[in-house]
Design a protein. Structure first.
Length: 347
């Protein structure tokens, strides 16, 4: 591993007509309350478009909202939440993929453009709902760009709590606003499922008490997919951290890898970082060789991959060189507090 990779870093530093605000007054007449309610038949995007500054809340009532939602940077501090505490009650879903042609004939959506939910807003909070992309490979054999993102987030201090994120390939894209930005994202009590690289990106992203689930997949090769694919910037001391989580599988034992590094063609200096600690890893993960390469030019062994005090059959260390482990001293630098710095979500 390069340069004592995981020791203490040197720089520790539809339709708007049905929208109503609290008190049952029309949303546009009660903007001072900064609360908008969206009900079945309404459009979540129309509510978001109403937001003209920081600190708004959009409450989405139980139902399925089939639409693409994009939150602009001007909606800083936006809270988007389901009206109940059960994330299954409120679902925002769409079905674009990387290779889906755009209606205007200008090409395909691309990976980022396929997202059901996109946010550039700093200080975003999403809670108590489901974000999904239900595009299926089997329904579109003519499309080779099979990435289909449920959520694409790239604002600093992004927080998801009690959210279900459902898709297959590239479910959750945790990104940053610029190549040299170290935007922070925090996920707590979330459920995330997929098959290939379904948590990926460049952000400093902390997952606490989350459940990752690898899906059954009808293919005749292994690995059938990977949970994580970080693309952390070389200058960033922190990438993806999963702590006190669990990883289960709907596939056969050993069918999935824990991670592979993503070094994008547009950022070949990336140095992907992933730490999985105090997490229960089920038998769906290949315990003997849990990591693999995306490209041979960037072997996983040269990346910042490590584990600490994991448990479960998928965490068994039978070939030590295949499972880099943090020392106790190294582990002190890989916590929620060090990754998030001066930001204390929920405090």
């Amino acid at each position: 591993m390069e340069g004592g990779l995981l020791n203490a870093p040197a720089n520790l530093t539809g339709f708007a007509g049905g929208l109503v605000a609290a008190g049952a007054a029309p949303a546009f007449a009660a903007a001072d309350r900064r609360i908008l309610h969206v009900r079945p038949g309404d459009s979540v995007q129309a509510a978001v478009d109403t937001v003209d500054g920081p600190g708004w809340t959009v409450v989405v009532h139980p139902g399925t909202y089939r639409e693409v939602v994009k939150v602009p940077a001007r909606a800083a501090g936006l809270t988007l939440r389901g009206a109940t505490r059960n994330p299954r009650d409120t679902v925002i879903v769409y079905d674009n993929a990387n290779g889906t042609p755009k209606p205007d004939g200008s090409g395909t959506y691309g990976t980022a453009g396929s997202a059901t939910f996109t946010s550039a807003a700093p200080g975003l909070t999403v809670r108590d709902l489901t974000l999904a992309n239900d595009w299926l490979r089997a329904d579109h054999p003519e499309i080779t760009g099979t990435q289909a993102v449920a959520a694409y987030t790239y604002g600093d201090r992004t927080r998801f709590e009690n959210v279900r994120l459902l898709a297959h390939q590239d479910t959750l894209f945790v990104e940053t606003t610029a190549l040299d930005a170290f935007d922070r994202q925090y996920f707590r009590h979330c459920y995330i499922e997929g098959d290939v690289d379904f948590v990926f990106g460049r952000a400093t992203a902390v997952f606490e008490e989350c459940h990752f689930r690898t899906l059954a997949r009808d293919v005749d090769f292994t690995p059938k997919g990977m949970v994580f694919a970080p693309s952390t910037a070389r200058a960033n001391p922190y990438g993806i951290l999963a702590v006190h989580c669990r990883i289960t599988s709907g596939a056969e034992d050993g069918a999935y890898k824990l991670a592979r590094p993503w070094v994008p063609s547009y950022e070949t200096t990336a140095w992907p970082s992933l730490v999985v600690r105090e997490t229960r890893i089920g038998p769906g993960i290949d315990a003997v060789a849990p990591y693999t390469n995306m490209r041979e030019a960037y072997p996983w062994q040269s990346m910042r991959f490590a584990e600490y005090r994991n448990s479960g059959p998928g965490a068994a260390v039978s070939v030590p060189e295949n499972r880099p482990q943090l020392t106790r001293d190294q582990a002190r630098w890989h916590t929620k507090e060090t990754y998030l710095g001066d930001w204390r979500p929920g405090a």
